[in-house]
Design a protein around this ligand. Structure first.
Ligand SMILES: [Zn+2]
Length: 537
């Protein structure tokens, strides 16, 4: 049976990025967008252009960067939104304007204060307006799953007539069950007379844990575009996880005879990059991309797997790009083996970069017997933090115990000079970060701090992820070491270097005044009473 082509619409950078904790800066969005293009998504929703100048700029930059992928910007059904969306995507090889209007009575009455007739007219007028700017227009009937089906069919027919080539029927609030999707999509496919002129899309939220099941039901009923995000990130309980949709189709082609352009072997790497950027790792038991997704612990399973992997394995780890992790490097491994493994892991680095990474690797291998793939990935990712190095760690000493106030003496390097400060704090991490703050003379507050072990072993590397703020913006940093205090200082310095880089840029543009150091009222002291820091008092 001929497989029908379906289209994957990724909204990791819009719906996903909207979720708390997942916001990304421009560099991070571009890095993620490039990986999503390598993954092979058909459409990339890069943002909501009118939401802020930052959003506009990131949509514009991503549009200009993508080689093949269609780039869409979301916009309400308003001319000023559509204008902004078009300005942002028009440089793309394949631009798309994605405009939406709610169609359920609940939204019309309480949110939009519009009648059905007015909504229908506005949807048509705005699709027409968008089509005059852009050849490809997608219309979303927000809250479609709670919209009267008769009316929904009328709206779909009218917006297709007005020029929409994709019509999305979102389950905005995650209320539907698969039977609803079958009925809704099926009815639209049957009743709308010009349905052959457009593609129907589904966009499902996961409030009841049904986003993927609902998306697949939509597909079987005739939808040909699935909208979702990497790892299912998104507002509230998130969106349909694209990797789950893709692997369900690949594994169960008997039930789901569809073809797509996605390279499933890129899934694991894509999820890793998302986790590295945001500092949020997937739940270990998360389907497809969780750390345990392919681990077989029970003896019976292991026995069966050895006899024939099909006994307990429905898909191979290789099919989503998970490589054999038994490969380890040690302190006697040479540059050649190190470089070879990096390439196998998908990192093609310049000679100079490899040299620097190798030096860091040797440092770790001295302290840790075996260095596995996850250690290597953490090492590479922590050094790929796209910020210029202003401050570097020279050395530190901490004195800490359960019956004393911790003190830290930190020495940092800037150019060929070194600077040293001593600070006290309720714990060694806090004392060390205060010492850093005193040296750099630019107050900041600690917004988030997470410490995770890279592997499960006793000699695991500690990976620290911090978010700091100087009142102007949020800056992230990552640090990796066998010593958690060192990892904390390194992550803080990565964030500090970004912060100072940004501060010097805006000073240059005359946008932001420089903040005077004020250690009376710095964050690290306010953080100690578990409050978000207020600065520059
Ligand atoms: Zn959504």
């Amino acid at each position: 049976m001929e497989k029908e082509r379906i289209y994957i619409f990724d909204t990791t950078l819009r719906d996903g990025e909207q979720a708390p904790g997942y916001s990304m800066n421009l560099d991070e969005k571009i890095r993620m967008a490039l990986q999503l293009e390598a993954l092979g998504v058909d459409v990339l929703e890069a943002g909501f252009a009118i939401a802020s100048p930052g959003d506009f700029e990131s949509v514009r930059t991503i549009a200009a960067t993508m080689k093949e992928t269609t780039v869409a910007s979301l916009s309400r059904a308003l001319t000023k939104d559509i204008d902004a969306a078009w300005e942002a995507v028009k440089e793309a090889k394949r631009p798309r304007i994605h405009t939406f209007l709610a169609t359920s009575d609940l939204h019309l009455e309480y949110k939009l204060k519009m009648s059905r007739k007015e909504a229908l007219e506005q949807a048509v007028a705005m699709v027409r307006y968008a089509r005059n700017l852009c050849g490809e227009v997608e219309f979303s009937a927000e809250d479609a799953t709670r919209t009267d089906l008769e009316f929904l069919c009328q709206v779909v027919e009218a917006v297709i007539e007005a020029g929409a080539s994709v019509v999305n029927l979102p389950d905005t609030v995650g209320y539907a069950v698969p039977e609803d999707m079958t009925r809704m999509v099926g009815t639209v496919m049957n009743k709308v007379s010009n349905i052959d002129k457009a593609i129907i899309a589904v966009h499902c939220h996961n409030d009841l844990g049904l986003a993927v099941a609902n998306s697949l039901a939509g597909l079987k009923a005739g939808a040909r575009q699935i909208e979702g995000t990497l790892c299912g990130i998104g507002e509230r309980a998130g969106n349909a996880a694209l990797e789950e949709v893709a692997m369900a189709i690949r594994t169960r082609s008997d039930e789901l005879p569809f073809a797509y352009a996605l390279q499933t072997e890129q899934i694991s790497k894509s999820a890793q990059i998302l986790a590295q950027i945001t500092g949020i790792k997937a739940n270990p038991s998360k389907a497809i991309v969780g750390a345990n997704a392919f681990a077989h612990e029970s003896g019976i399973h292991q026995h069966g797997m050895m006899a024939n992997s099909l006994t307990y394995e429905i898909m191979t780890p290789e099919s989503v790009g998970v490589r054999d992790t038994s490969f380890v490097l040690g302190k006697h491994s040479g540059m050649h083996a190190f470089t070879k493994r990096l390439v196998e892991l998908g990192y093609n680095k310049e000679k100079e970069e490899i040299k620097a990474l190798f030096a860091e690797f040797k440092n770790i291998a001295d302290r840790k017997k075996s260095v596995g793939d996850r250690d290597l990935i953490a090492l590479v990712e922590s050094s790929t933090q796209s910020s210029p190095v202003v401050w570097e760690l020279d050395n530190f000493v901490v004195n800490s115990g359960n019956l004393m106030t911790s003190t830290a003496c930190v020495t940092l390097r800037k150019g060929d000079r070194t600077y040293q400060e001593v600070a006290r704090g309720t714990g060694p991490v806090y004392a060390s970060l205060r010492a850093v703050e005193k040296i750099i003379r630019h107050p900041f507050s600690l917004e988030d701090y997470t410490l995770q072990a890279v592997t499960e072993h006793r000699d695991a590397l500690g990976e620290v992820f911090v978010k700091i703020s100087d009142g102007g913006g949020i800056y992230r940093g990552r640090g990796v070491s066998t010593d958690v205090i060192e990892a904390s200082i390194l992550s803080c310095l990565a964030a500090v270097n970004r912060m100072l880089d940004e501060a010097s840029l805006s000073r240059h543009d005359g946008i932001k005044p420089t903040s005077a150091p004020n250690f009376e009222n710095d964050m690290l002291s306010s953080h100690s009473d578990k409050k978000k820091g207020e600065l520059n008092g």
